[in-house]
Design a protein. Structure first.
Length: 533
């Protein structure tokens, strides 16, 4: 039953609830904003068009330069200011306008789509990105001028081949097999490994081989992608840290200083090597991205959880503060028997017993947090419930189940403070996981061109297409069956049956031990009546 509550919670849970909903913009202001953006876009487009024509005329008059080089200079000197404006205009004006669907709009969408998502040209395929960041290239621009053009072309060709190699499926599977084999060799190490010199030597050799393979992969990706592009990916940064740890560990082993206590942690960090497999599988990346993406929302849920628990902790201090003390036998933690006639702290101390507190108590708010945490985890919580039900007053010896109704406090905490709040964490992770899956879908790529109303309409239509229509039962032709059909399909009939079910449950709850024979007969008649119904 609690899982049904969880299903309802997760069904209605969304990360949009955790953020404040933005107010809808005024339609008139939005229209004016679109007109202004279109006006600026048109002005920039016209200015750029005439500047480009003027520059092309100057280039045609200059016969000393190569036409291809001149065109490249033209592109570098006059960057197109319309790419961003065209994207903004198409996404916010054309595609969000439900009233317009003209050929011009479709043409503008086609231009925008081709300008952003069209396949790369030959130059973009065969010319890799810069190796170093723009800041380094700017300060050392003389290097590119001093190097002959032939060497630059050879360098570019080699980087293109390296890019083809690291993107090849065979290379990727080779690295995956190396990761799995490396993880296996790490798992084979145990306490008795040092007693087997030959086996240890084999593991060391394999460790060095895998270190060389991973280092070669790192260098190839640096060479192919460029250092700036390589470190722009978080998964690549993780691989870099793992490879550096492997290199340092192998270097320390080679120098014979790996057993020094200061360097033993390097060998321990080799356990991070299986993390290289995370970036190789799309499903694992989705899960990891969902976990990291859920961290901000998890902090929000944690704050809600702490507030709920603070309320229950304060209530626990008021109800149980100082009341978990009990008289126990000296040297043990067993409560003294009732036959000892110990009623309070003074009697306990006068008879040379020990007056001690329970390990988990509610004497202050922090201790209350700890007690509630133990109750929420359902580990060792029975002892807390037993102390609470036996507690009487401060400095008074507890009595067995003298205060049973106080257990309702823990029931309420488990429902509201434990079950719902802790399962909010699950809701956050699942919601972020679904978002990561939606980001990978091809059909959701069009969402970036939709307004919020269009997205809601699109999602509603998708849900309707997934539901099968229910077939309506035909009304019978016979008079009697038609009467039964009308009665059973009436909403009042369902309400009457529901009332009978509730009354039957109440009658079943009236059964108790040592009930009279006449009471048994009455319940039997009532039960037969409901069975007939």
């Amino acid at each position: 039953i609690l899982n049904l509550f969880l299903a309802l919670l997760l069904a209605s849970f969304s990360s949009n609830v955790l953020t404040e909903k933005e107010e809808e913009e005024n339609k008139i202001a939005e229209a004016i904003d679109r007109i202004q953006r279109f006006y600026h876009f048109l002005i920039k487009f016209i200015v750029h068009f005439f500047d480009r024509k003027k520059q092309q005329t100057n280039i045609e008059n200059n016969t000393n330069e190569n036409s291809l080089t001149a065109t490249q200079k033209l592109i570098g000197t006059f960057p197109s200011p319309t790419l961003y404006d065209l994207e903004q205009f198409n996404t916010s004006v054309v595609l969000s306008n439900d009233l317009l669907n003209t050929d011009e709009d479709i043409a503008m969408r086609t231009i925008n789509k081709n300008s952003i998502t069209s396949p790369p040209t030959w130059q973009s395929l065969h010319t890799p990105l810069d190796c170093c960041p723009a800041m380094i290239s700017k300060h050392f621009s003389c290097c590119s001028k001093c190097v002959p053009k032939l060497i630059q072309e050879r360098w570019t060709y080699l980087r293109s081949q390296a890019h083809w190699l690291v993107e090849h499926q065979v290379f990727e599977w080779l690295i995956i097999v190396s990761i799995l084999a490396s993880s296996t060799t790490l798992a084979l190490e145990d306490v008795n490994t040092r007693k087997k010199p030959k086996f240890t030597k084999i593991l060391v050799i394999f460790d060095k081989i895998f270190t060389v393979i991973f280092t070669a992969e790192l260098i190839l990706k640096w060479f192919a992608y460029g250092i700036k592009n390589y470190f722009s990916n978080g998964w690549n940064r993780l691989d870099f840290v793992i490879v550096i740890v492997s290199i340092l560990g192998t270097g320390l082993d080679t120098l014979g200083v790996a057993d020094i206590p200061a360097f033993k942690s390097m060998r321990t960090l080799r356990a991070l090597r299986p993390l290289k497999a995370l970036s190789r599988f799309e499903g694992i990346r989705v899960v990891v991205n969902a976990l990291f993406g859920a961290i901000p929302a998890i902090f929000n849920v944690l704050l809600v959880c702490l507030v709920f628990w603070l309320i229950f902790s304060i209530m626990g201090v008021q109800l149980f503060g100082g009341r978990f003390y009990k008289c126990v036998y000296a040297g043990t933690h067993d409560r003294v028997n009732i036959s000892e006639n110990v009623t309070n702290k003074i009697d306990c101390l006068n008879r040379n017993f020990t007056w001690e507190n329970s390990r988990i108590h509610f004497d202050n708010v922090l201790s209350g947090y700890l007690a509630l945490f133990q109750v929420a985890t359902f580990k060792g919580w029975i002892d807390i419930l037993a102390d609470a039900s036996d507690a009487k007053e401060v400095d008074v010896q507890p009595e067995y189940e003298i205060n049973v109704y106080i257990l309702l406090y823990f029931v309420l905490f488990i429902i509201f403070g434990s079950f719902f709040t802790l399962n909010l964490f699950i809701g956050v992770v699942i919601d972020n996981f679904n978002q990561q899956k939606r980001m990978l879908r091809v059909d959701d790529s069009m969402n970036i061109f939709m307004t919020e109303d269009q997205k809601k309409y699109y999602n509603a239509m998708r849900k309707m297409s997934n539901k099968k229509p229910t077939k309506a039962l035909p009304r019978p032709r016979f008079a009697f069956t038609r009467f039964l059909f009308d009665v059973t399909t009436n909403q009042k009939f369902d309400i009457a049956i529901m009332i009978c079910i509730c009354l039957n449950m109440i009658c079943m709850c009236l059964e108790h031990h040592n009930q009279s024979e006449s009471f048994d007969h009455v319940l039997a008649y009532i039960n037969n009546f409901f069975v007939a119904m």
